[in-house]
Design a protein around this ligand. Structure first.
Ligand code: PEP
Ligand code: MG
Length: 369
């Protein structure tokens, strides 16, 4: 190490010692987890599981979602279970001793289903159309959504596909037990996405608790696995007091919360009219980049207050892109969050910024920069 490296490491260590916010990482592979840890992440705040269902596993997912009967679905789920267990084992191993928040599957459905136009073209072109393809097309058409981002995502998908949540929770529980057996100190948490009402969380939680209890009984182990929710819909923020009754933690999904609060597509807006809005001064900066304190931020503050009033031990964090944005980090510090979670490469800057926010707070200025 040279003098510059030493100075940077010293600044980071100092920042960590004064920060009130922990910095965790958004990571969903053992490699990313290890990278995040090397950069000082104090846990994984968001382990998305969507990518684990793509590639070679896509055919199984298609079968699971479009299954004609319980047996076909159960077979697909049984084939996915060991793969998921392996996914989680690797990540828990990389983060041994630190919390890993695993979010249950939250894809927009169209990413997993075959393209209905391709399927229709293939069927029309075939001299002897495969009856299976015809059935598949009907199933895909039944599930087609005009607005997949507002559709069968997150907890809705988990409640709609029997056995899906149970498979993922079992994979987490078995991975934890495997790591315990290997002498590790796994700390897994289960996170339910896109919750809009406490009823959804209650159903999901009951199923997760049932599976955790089953695995604990089968193996004679005690499993301590907190269950929490994303707060990423305005309705969830507005009813956070009720939701906190069934949540061990809240993690603010500010990407979706910004999208749904503004009614702006997170996938299209930046490319379509944002340049015009920035030019006209409607925005100084994209609300997807830096937290909109006046609107989205108010929902975050309100939810923290209401949630903590019901459950004083409620842990709170943010795992949207804003978790790595310097200005947003100052806001989250003042809002009283416990942690921010961001991409591994943003961790060092986030640690410094969390430290600066704490120093500025003590000095009575909102910002020292
Ligand atoms: C979010 O919505 O802010 C979030 C972290 O979840 P995702 O980006 O996966 O929708
Ligand atoms: Mg989201």
């Amino acid at each position: 190490t040279g003098p510059v490296t030493d100075a940077v490491l010293g600044a980071l260590t100092h920042a960590d010692s004064v920060s009130r916010l922990e910095v965790r990482a958004n990571a969903d592979t053992p490699e990313d987890a290890a990278r995040a840890r090397a950069l000082g992440a104090q846990g994984i705040g968001l382990c998305r599981t969507e990518h684990m269902f793509l590639g070679e596993r896509r055919a199984l997912v298609e079968r699971m979602i479009l299954a004609r009967d319980d047996t076909a679905r159960d077979q697909a789920l049984a084939a996915l279970l060991p793969l998921q267990r392996e996914d989680f084992t690797g990540i828990l191993e990389a983060m041994d001793g630190l919390p890993v928040t695993i979010r249950l599957l939250d894809p927009p459905l169209h990413e997993f289903l075959p393209d209905r136009t391709d399927l229709a073209v293939r069927l029309a072109a075939a001299a002897h159309p495969d009856p299976h393809d015809r059935e598949l097309l009907h199933a895909v058409e039944r599930m087609h959504e005009q607005n997949p981002m507002l559709g069968l995502r997150g907890v809705r998908l988990g409640l709609a596909v029997p056995g899906l949540m149970a498979m993922q929770v079992r994979a987490v529980a078995e991975a934890v037990i495997g790591r315990l057996g290997a002498g590790g100190r796994p700390r897994a948490e289960i996170m339910i996405p896109l919750v809009g009402t406490v009823e959804e969380l209650r159903l999901a939680r009951a199923e997760a608790e049932r599976v955790l209890a089953d695995v604990a009984a089968e193996t004679g182990t005690t499993l301590d696995c907190p269950i929490g929710t994303m707060i990423e819909l305005p309705r969830a923020a507005l009813t956070a007091g009720r939701i906190a009754q069934d949540a061990d933690f809240f993690s603010f999904g500010t990407n979706d919360l910004t999208q749904t609060t503004w009614g702006l597509s997170r996938d299209d807006a930046e490319a379509s009219f944002f340049p015009l809005y920035l030019e006209k001064g409607v925005f100084e900066v994209s609300p997807f980049e830096s937290i909109d304190q006046e609107g989205v931020g108010q929902l975050v503050e309100l939810a923290i207050r209401a949630g903590r009033a019901i459950n004083p031990r409620l842990e709170t964090g943010v795992c949207g892109e804003h978790g790595g944005d310097p200005d947003s980090i100052h806001f989250f510090h003042h809002a009283g969050l416990d942690y921010v979670s961001c991409s591994p490469f943003r961790i060092p800057a986030a640690r410094l910024e969390a430290g600066r926010a704490a120093v500025a707070d003590r000095a009575g200025t909102s910002d020292t920069r």
